[in-house]
Design a protein. Sequence first.
Length: 231
Amino acid sequence: MSYTAVAVLVPASVSQGLLVSASLWAGAVVVAYAAWTRHEGRPAGSEWAFPVTWWSVQLAAAAVAAVVFAILLPPAGRSHADLLRITIVGVIGEEALFRGLLGDVMQSMRHREGRWPDAATLALTSVLFAIAHVQYDGFRMTLALADQVGYTLAAGLVLGWARGSSGSITPPILLHALGNAGLKLAAMLGRTGAGAARHPEDRETRAEVAPVVSGFAPLTWHFARPARSAF
């Protein structure tokens, strides 16, 4: 999550500087989101409540197991700290920003102005989420960049749907963590493909991304019912 260093600079001499940078960035976003929630007059922690159902418990168990295994068994070229940053710290920061703070600010504006439908919030936050990931291909207009934007946009739509349907930011955090950890575990198992040339240490491909992203849908459908207001 290299763009976090833009917001929080940590001296290169600091051990695990990227992890420290990401942690500070994620913490700042969470604090900002909590401040916005308080400003809107909502109960503290209300946006983090988790709908406890059979399916949600399975989701939580799957996410925790995947993250633990991914951290303990990092693919070649990745450290335990890298996996901690990718599967936990960065995930919390991104969800608090895109599905939390930005999504809630847009919804608040929508309710006050009445100028766009709920779907516009979902679409715009998903597009911003995808744009935030173009850095990984060096901002070059390549097929790899289209690949990156495509699956992060799809993931953003599903994560936004999870946020809107459940009324909580916790389900998309778990889904996002499960997806990131799943990709790293797939890389650890030695899958190869088009992504290997781009990220040799990860070897993430569309073949690996597709089942992870598509798998979000049935999980979300089950644990998020009944649907509540939202994006």
